[in-house]
Design a binder for this molecule. Structure first.
Ligand code: NAP
Length: 255
């Protein structure tokens, strides 16, 4: 069967909520063994237990994606628990609103650290463990790569940086037969969307998305699954947009 994850050993950062939870459940359903992370231990353990009750092999490791020490510890733990690592999904991210003129350096650093430094740290660690056939898949964004958002300049910079980083790493890993690719979600209904951007933003987005609703975490999970599959072995350094057609209209008159 195509795109099977049977017995694949998978790390998913930020895998206990929102898009990450959708990715974790999808990979488990397809037969993977998963270690996922987050910073909130209570929430992470609760989601892991929910998945274990369904009979899946899954564990939570508390790890801040932006911490070098946590990242090293995560890969050591996951390697032990899973007995190797085949696939690494870098999904942890954060998108609080702030305009550039109002932004403190701490706000800038926090967003760059989680969304960009975190991808670097986890990719560097993944390189120590992945073997031929290994996969890295990143949850990037249309923000920064295809569109701008005046309330998310730090986030746009980080996600555009992620895609640039990903293309360079693809070259470094190509001869090892390890691929790295990214999925660029549009607007997806998640707890982060509700708390960071809120109901008014969500309503506005629904009115401009050609498919007329926000996406579901599973819409992103299946695109990630594709890049992570054995069948995607000849694709590297690429990204796929999953946005319900959001970036397509040439002008508002199209809508
Ligand atoms: P979410 O609902 O807020 O979930 C974020 C997840 O990441 C949580 O599990 C959170 O766990 C974890 N996390 C956050 N910071 C972390 C850190 N420093 N270290 C480890 N884990 C961390 O967000 P989401 O909407 O699902 O977004 C997931 C990814 O998709 C992000 O990379 C985001 O940028 C990207 N994205 C989302 C959308 C969208 O419309 N939702 C669009 C484009 C891209 P804890 O709370 O336990 O830390």
């Amino acid at each position: 069967m195509a795109f099977s994850m049977k017995d694949k050993k998978v790390i998913i950062t930020g895998g206990g909520k929102g898009i990450g939870a959708g990715i974790t459940e999808t990979f488990l359903e397809e037969g993977a063994k998963v270690v996922f992370t987050g910073r909130n231990e209570k929430d992470g353990l609760a989601f892991a237990n929910q998945m274990k009750e369904k009979g899946y092999e899954v564990d939570f490791v508390k790890a801040d994606a932006a911490s070098e020490k946590d990242t090293e510890n995560l890969f050591q733990e996951a390697n032990k628990v899973l007995g190797g690592i085949d696939i690494v999904v870098l999904n942890a991210g954060y998108y609080p609103e702030s305009k550039t003129r109002d932004m403190t350096l701490d706000q800038w650093d926090e967003v760059l650290n989680i969304n960009l430094r975190g991808v670097f740290l986890n990719t560097r660690e993944a390189m120590k463990y992945l073997k031929a056939g290994g996969r890295i898949v990143i949850t990037s964004s249309i923000t920064g790569n295809r569109v701008g958002n005046s309330e998310l300049p730090h986030y746009g910079a980080a996600k555009a940086g992620v895609n640039g980083f990903m293309r360079s790493v693809a070259l470094e890993l190509a001869a090892d037969e390890i691929t790295i690719n990214a999925v660029e979600p549009g607007n997806i209904m998640t707890p982060g969307m509700e708390t960071n951007l809120g109901p008014e933003y969500i309503k506005n987005q629904e009115s401009i998305i050609p498919m007329a609703s926000l996406g579901d975490p599973r819409d992103i999970a299946y695109a990630i699954l594709f890049f992570a599959s054995d069948e995607a072995k000849y694709i590297t350094g690429q990204s796929i947009i999953v946005d319900g057609g959001q970036i397509l209209p040439e002008s508002p008159l199209e809508m």
